[in-house]
Design a protein around this ligand. Sequence first.
Ligand code: FRU
Length: 484
Amino acid sequence: MAFTTEERYRAYADWSADYIEKIKKNTENSPWRTNFHIEPLHGLLNDPNGFSFFNGKWILFYQYFPFGAAHGLKSWVHTESTDLVHFEPTGTVLYPDTPLDSHGAYSGSAMQFNDQLFLFYTGNVRDEHWIRHPYQIGALMDSEGKIQKIDKILIAQPADTTDHFRDPQIFNFKGDYYAIVGGQNLEKKGIIKLYKALNKDYLNWEYIADLHFDNDLTAYMMECPNLVFIDEKPVLLYCPQGLDKAVCDYDNIYPNMYKIGQSFNAETASLLKPGPLEQLDYGFECYATQAFNAPDGRALAVSWLALPDVEYPTDRYDYQGCLSLVKELTIKDGKLYQYPVEAITSLRTDAQVFTEKTETNNVYELELTVEADSCVDLLLFADAKKQGLKLTIDPANGRLVLDRKDCGEAFALDFGTERQCPIDNQLTTANIFIDKSVFEIFINKGEKVFSGRVFPRQDQTGINILGGQASGTYYSLDYGRKTH
Ligand code: FRU
């Protein structure tokens, strides 16, 4: 169903309960509902928001348009967790219901102050000429999940940016609070602005400067910037839309990238000695990754496993999008690693020696090892005709290739059906999480990651070894009761 602008921005109260019931039923009929990933009960999920620790719990919101598989009037849906694996939606929602966020409660971050959680987000407002006014605004959530909006623009659109100015991320650096905001300058180039909370007061933000990180200035907009600290090194994650592929090659419609700096100077807004720009994920879907430093110092991240401006086969079931597993970010030998938090192993119910299988429930983890001078060709979501998701782990020739062309329903064909990346000629491990229509593949415990979606046919449930050898374990996974 194609949504008109009127439908996309129709007030929440003007959608009937019958309509919502109807699309919810339709979503329930999807053959591709996930088992252990967060996805909407109906409608469209996009960016993770407000990922934080508050009141003894992990908090994770997501961007939401409830009324179908379209980008429209966005709100935030609240979920919480005690283990970073099982998340429960609570019903708390940040609605687009004030003059400062009338056309969408867009993406943002969160941090605890005293006994409240401060939500820092973008109010998307369109005036009567449909001109966009982006406001960086805030709200406070109490321990009961009650949200009170702060009736004040915390950061206004600067004179040197266009109306593309959004996605504030608040972070603590040496005891002071800072925020970075993604934007587009008047030359239509993507930039990131740095602000500081005066006297540690989240209601008063002072502009410092545009962030210096050897910005190649080829992107036209930086969405969802995040700065986290790992072993004191600043790691900047962001989505440079329109990035020149000569700077860093990518195949997806929009990339999600990162840079590691040697240190951070807040006064000069500088990421010092930034390393090369790198792809966060080599797969087909990974965007708007949100990361934060937890109170225990860990850098935790979660991604949106879909992309803007792409149609998905689930659209006809009136829903779209899911979140990734929560990944811990670490640095080893100067390289960024991303790996699901330890508690993910609590989903394992049964371990078997890895062999071919004609039938699974497509909810499992494989933990495989491939010898340095060998290569294995695996087929996941395999059917009797040997069609499925083809994964070639080839340390002998230093490459990994993933091909989804024969796995169920085709989509996003403009961006190709194959992804690859170089790997070292060494003993290589792969932890492969399969969840009905989601795959997350972690090479060498997170040195390289491939995430994405496939929409297999009913008979695509097997695992084949097409050639070569891999040894390891097949784990059945069970999430228990799922409410999202
Ligand atoms: C990224 C994004 C953000 C924006 C939000 C709106 O996917 O475009 O820049 O805040 O989605 O839903």
